[in-house]
Design a protein around this ligand. Structure first.
Ligand SMILES: Cc1cc2nc3c(=O)[nH]c(=O)nc-3n(C[C@H](O)[C@H](O)[C@H](O)COP(=O)(O)OP(=O)(O)OC[C@H]3O[C@@H](n4cnc5c(N)ncnc54)[C@H](O)[C@@H]3O)c2cc1C
Length: 395
């Protein structure tokens, strides 16, 4: 009988895991992917949607169209419960039994943890979904009509910093091109203990690099800050208030509710070096959903980022380990996490490398280079092509 593999999440982690396990195990498995979203969105390009250089359709692919040609079933439903004792997951519409489960549910954006935060019930914007990016774009266009102070950055317990650095640079550049920069004070506000920490203790000269770049561009910095409350037009911090006309803040991250019970107190799911749950060896977790302990506690709590690049590698490793288990072989793919990131800086860009993810490291550097901007654009085209055709084998 075919083994049932259920994957939750239709993004970098879930799609890669589903495609790769099907590629490796072929007809011996029946793969079903459940996702709350009908589409895959190339999230790294959302800052470009906000700035207007991409349309939503440019970076969006239908999940069903990717999976069906590969013989993988797609169910557009949210998982409301995982029942490891009964080897099944539950949605509002039904139940799906599994022999192996892969959880790739990303983050839950916990805007409710800070009064006044977020685009739904609060006064700030963020970039984490297409819906929020479109709202951010509208807010950015309003700002161009009526300029005023901009605050960009990350709240306590956020664990994705890169896009907000990118947006600070991109907004600065766009405003200068329009000869409006003098009308828009920009402040980078962050829970990171210092600029360039990024939740991983910095990488290479990231601290000095970002301090120098922001100083040259007159971007003010408020680091090591916890936000108490946000009211219309003001962010309240322990030491006073920061006024804003437009605020774009990464919210605190939590794990997803539908998989509660398997995770730590913030809902992130623990995994061993083979991406298996410590108590349920047939449950694998990859990407942002996976618990990853910080290098050291920071004065204001921050989380460790899990990039798309890392997520894809985790998903391939998890798929390889499931394929090995199906053949009664021990798992071989292990947890070696590293970062390679191209940061758009508006007029230029930077390449950031940290290998391994947390120090001490073999390689760790930041290099400013215009070619990194072109490489980022090329990578977007390549990744969307690779995903559209379901080529999970490619790097
Ligand atoms: C603005 C932005 C810029 C970024 N830039 C870069 C970059 O330059 N380079 C880089 O490497 N990384 C970048 N990243 C990070 C990268 O996008 C993430 O690492 C990646 O999206 C993580 O993938 P994931 O599959 O773990 O989770 P996600 O992409 O968050 O996807 C989670 C999936 O799970 C589904 N889901 C959630 N809960 C349920 C449920 N209960 N039932 C069913 N489905 C569910 C969701 O619908 C979604 O499909 C960026 C992220 C953002 C937001």
């Amino acid at each position: 009988m075919k083994k049932k593999i259920v994957v939750i999440g239709g993004s970098f982690g879930g799609l890669t895991a589903a495609l790769e396990v099907k590629r490796l195990a072929g007809d011996s498995v029946e793969v079903t992917l459940l996702s709350a979203d009908r589409d895959f969105v190339f999230l790294p390009s959302l800052p470009w949607v906000i700035m207007g250089s991409r349309r939503p359709a440019d970076i969006t692919l239908g999940v069903a169209g990717i999976l069906r040609p590969r013989g993988i079933s797609f169910v557009h439903e949210s998982v409301t419960e995982v029942l490891p004792g009964e080897l099944k997951v539950r949605t509002a519409a039904g139940e799906y039994p599994y022999d192996y489960l892969v959880i790739a549910t990303g983050p839950h954006l916990a805007c409710d943890e800070i009064p006044g935060l977020g685009p739904k019930k609060g006064f700030t914007h963020c970039t984490f979904t297409m819906e929020y990016a479109i709202k951010s774009r509208e807010a950015w266009l309003r700002l161009l009509e009526e300029p005023g102070p901009v605050v960009i950055g990350s709240t306590q317990l956020a664990s994705c910093f890169g896009p907000y650095y990118e947006l600070a640079f991109e907004m600065d550049w766009e405003l200068r091109k329009r000869r409006m920069r003098h009308k828009v004070p920009i402040t980078y506000l962050t829970s990171e203990p210092y600029l360039g920490h990024m939740g991983i203790g910095g990488l290479g000269k990231s601290r000095r690099f970002l301090e120098d770049e922001f100083a040259e561009l007159d971007i003010k910095v408020a680091a090591n800050q916890a936000i108490e409350e946000i009211t219309p037009g003001e962010i309240r911090l322990a030491g006073g208030g920061l006024p804003f006309k437009l605020a774009m803040l990464a919210p605190p991250f939590k794990g997803v509710r539908g998989v509660a019970g398997l995770g730590n107190p913030r809902g992130f799911i623990p995994a061993d070096q083979h991406f298996r749950h410590p108590e349920h060896a047939n449950i694998y977790t990859v990407g942002v959903a996976m618990a990853l302990a910080p290098l050291e506690p920071t004065p204001v709590p921050t989380g460790v980022p899990k990039t798309g690049f890392m997520t894809v590698r985790m998903a391939k490793a998890a798929a390889a380990n499931i394929a090995a288990d199906l053949r009664n072989l021990p798992p071989s793919a292990t947890r070696e996490l590293s970062v390679t990131c191209m940061m758009d800086m508006g007029r230029t860009a930077a390449l950031m490398v940290a290998n391994p993810l947390l120090p001490p490291r073999q390689k760790s550097y930041v290099k400013k280079a215009l070619w990194a901007k072109w490489a980022k654009i090329q990578f977007e085209t390549y990744f969307l092509w690779k995903m559209r055709h379901g080529y999970s084998r490619l790097p």
